[in-house]
Design a protein around this ligand. Structure first.
Ligand code: 5GP
Ligand code: MG
Length: 179
């Protein structure tokens, strides 16, 4: 049943149903299938949040394509570099590859904004962003989003890979914080 859920201490209300999510992913995949035919794109999914979206999207890809998974970890750099992001598990040479980053949500945009320059160092042929959710009102760091499933208001969501303090990733639907 698709009703209000409790995760830890908070209540969440139904926001995006399984059918709505899957339909949108189908549309996105169709677009990618057309635009990347013959290019053998490399999907680079950012863990943990994007695992479900990446799996469902990739299942709808009918052209030759590869997928790999990375984790972004931040550590303190020097004073001038501040927080630095490092990609764990990035073991594929991106040179001349058509890369499609798969991410669950863009909130402030800080994560991807700091990570993308590192990708460009490897001189990929192209880099595109495929994002499940985007919160335009919260975005502080400009990013060009090529494929986006849903633009949502600036409210906390869980489910379909996204967690609240570790829980809720297993929901097939997306829920929004009540209130
Ligand atoms: P950004 O760097 O764009 O500000 O943040 C991206 C990360 O913040 C996401 O990958 C996600 O882990 C977390 N995040 C931002 N908004 C939400 C939300 O509404 N729900 C959940 N579960 N995580 C969020
Ligand atoms: Mg994430």
């Amino acid at each position: 049943m698709y009703t209000t859920v409790q995760v830890h201490d908070k209540h969440f209300i139904p926001y995006l149903s399984e059918a709505v999510i899957q339909e949108k992913i189908g549309e996105l995949a169709a677009q990618i299938n057309t635009e990347y035919a013959g290019k053998r794109p490399l999907f680079l999914a950012i863990l943990n949040g994007s695992f479900m979206f990446a799996a469902d999207l990739f299942k709808q890809i009918t052209i030759d394509a590869e997928i790999s998974f990375i984790k972004l970890a931040s550590y303190k750099g020097t004073k001038s570099t501040g927080q630095v992001l490092t990609a764990i598990g990035l073991d594929i040479d991106l040179h001349n590859r058509h890369v499609i980053i798969v991410e669950d949500i863009i909130d402030t945009g800080k994560t991807l904004h700091s990570f993308l320059p590192q990708l460009h160092h490897q001189q990929p042929a192209s880099v595109a962003l495929a994002i499940l959710l985007h919160k335009p009102e919260a975005t502080e760091y400009p990013l060009h989003i090529d494929y986006c499933c849903f633009s949502i208001p600036n409210k906390f969501v869980v489910g379909y890979g996204l967690d609240y303090d570790g829980l809720g990733r297993n929901f097939k639907e997306i829920y929004q914080l009540q209130g």
